[in-house]
Design a protein around this ligand. Structure first.
Ligand code: ATP
Length: 483
């Protein structure tokens, strides 16, 4: 069995230039294959398709939403349920607008944009300048404009005629219903989930038994009016985050905790199927850190579009957020330490996980093509914990009622404990191919012999080995093997 997963390093060609071109083509090919499998098999659809599509918006289809829910469940279990020091909340998407003043998003959550006057295409000015010079010009709008005029052609039309570089706020604004006699108020769709956590700090401390160090976790949608969205579900305008604010004493040994969190984040990425060598840490240089941050590290994944890019992030944010919200709200956001009987504003570590990027990393890591007896099979080797369907049950033949009836009985029994699918379409080979493509770890086939010996054939997705198992032992068998 030859494995030719397009995600493996290219070992053809010795010329590094040719090699990198071949590698690039192969990676683009992988991306296209994953996108087309996602559409074909109901993981991810381009949204609003019957209206001609709507740029950069996607719908998670029947298997996609299950994969997504499984990833959320895995995260919640690992970081909330299995721990004694983290509790969860679920806050609103639209918060009091002052929240975003306090957090600095209204004033500072900007990207630099520039338009090409010839073709009207819009770009991130900082990205164009960085690609052309290798220099980071964050915030220096006029310097960016000079560099663009001097040496950067429009990547789209190849002409050079740039507008001024402007700051563009990434928050989506909306209006709240005006009460009679009052003016409408501008409100914002949250650009990150963290805001809702900080403003509930006091309520959580007062209503639960958390003791420092402790965390508050949340999963939910966030919205950013990205100038350049794209790369499938990598950069969306509407996406989901899984975030934790982990509050610590101001004099805590934060470096040890920081390292622990990074390891946990990497561990989680690997539980989604990411290989260790596809992950790396990128520490933000001191000069790029926000004034309140002591350390920020991105956990990057090697995506097949341009290499390593952010998957998760971890930041030490000091006491910035609680102090700001205390200042803007007038509420004291302090912690009374029961050990020392002193009050202080805790510091915070913020591990953040992009859910859509997690899904993309798991899809890319799972995708494999294998040659089996001269034929190709495509198989999604998801870790069993996140596979959308756990067990598929087939009768060998569709037109034999005694087989169909017995197979349905098995299906209904297994369905009580596992996510199951029943399939009697086409021949068994075709059903295996379909289940391989959605990543189902086990297929159960009931044949004529089963009616005699009360056993069925269980086929393993990865090894393709087939085993005869007693029908009465199936539940126990899957409980063990899917654990
Ligand atoms: P990037 O540098 O890629 O724009 P960021 O540093 O702005 O990301 P954060 O503000 O740290 O991202 O957001 C936390 C997490 O949310 C990221 O690690 C990423 O997984 C996810 N995320 C951020 N922006 C998007 C987006 N537009 N679409 C999908 N996921 C996103």
């Amino acid at each position: 069995m030859a494995i030719i997963s397009a995600f493996q390093a290219d070992d053809r060609g010795s010329n590094p230039r040719t090699r990198s071109i071949m590698q690039k083509e192969k990676e683009q090919d992988l991306m296209q294959k994953v996108i087309s499998l996602c559409k074909r098999r109901g993981f991810v659809f381009p949204a609003s398709e019957i209206y001609g599509g709507f740029a950069n918006s996607y719908t998670y289809g029947p298997y996609g939403v299950t994969l997504k829910n499984n990833i959320k469940k895995l995260w919640w279990k690992k970081f909330v349920e299995d721990r004694e020091d983290i509790v969860g909340i679920d806050g609103p998407i639209i918060l009091h607008p002052r929240v975003w003043e306090a957090s600095g998003h209204i004033g500072g959550f900007n990207d630099a944009l520039v338009d090409c006057k010839k073709c009207n295409k819009r770009f991130r000015a900082d990205h164009l300048v960085e690609d052309a010079t290798g220099k980071d010009m964050e915030g220096k709008l006029s310097e960016m404009k000079n560099i663009l005029d001097e040496k950067v052609d429009c990547p789209n039309c190849k002409k050079r005629d740039w507008t001024d570089v402007r700051n563009f706020n990434l928050m989506f604004a909306t209006k709240t219903n005006a009460v009679a006699g009052e003016e409408e108020q501008i409100a914002y769709l949250r650009p990150e989930t963290a805001g809702a956590i900080f403003i509930e700090f006091k309520n959580v401390v007062d209503s639960t038994r958390v003791k420092i160090p402790f965390g508050i976790a949340q999963i939910g949608k966030a919205f950013r009016n990205e100038i350049v969205a794209g790369n499938f579900i990598f950069r969306l305008r509407e996406f989901e985050q899984m975030e934790i604010e982990y509050f610590i004493k101001p004099d805590a040994d934060w470096e040890t905790l920081f390292e622990k969190w990074l390891s946990l984040q990497e561990e989680f990425a690997m539980e989604l199927g990411a290989k260790k060598e596809k992950l790396r840490r990128l520490e933000h240089p001191r000069e790029k850190l926000s004034h309140y941050s002591r350390k920020t590290v991105d956990i990057e994944f090697d995506y097949p579009f341009g290499g390593f890019k952010e998957l998760f992030g971890l930041a030490h944010r000091g006491d910035f957020d609680l102090t700001q919200h205390a200042k803007f709200s007038g509420e004291k956001l302090e912690y009374l330490d029961p050990e020392t009987n002193t009050k202080y504003t805790p510091h915070v570590l913020e591990p953040t996980f992009g859910l859509d990027r997690s899904i993309l990393a798991s899809l890319l890591s799972a995708y494999a093509e294998e040659e089996v007896n001269g034929e190709m099979r495509t198989v999604m080797k998801f870790p069993k914990k996140i596979a959308p369907v756990q067990v598929a049950v087939f009768p060998l033949l569709k037109n034999k009622p005694e087989l169909v009836q017995k197979a349905r009985e098995i299906f209904l029994e297994l369905k009580k404990d596992f996510v199951c699918e029943f399939d009697d379409n086409g021949n068994v080979g075709k059903r295996y191919r379909r289940q391989d493509e959605i990543g189902t770890p086990y297929c159960v086939t009931l044949d004529f012999e089963s009616l005699e010996d009360s056993s069925v054939t269980v086929r393993d997705r990865d090894s393709m080995k087939q085993e005869r198992i007693k029908i009465s032992e199936l539940t126990e068998y899957f409980k063990k093997s899917l654990k």
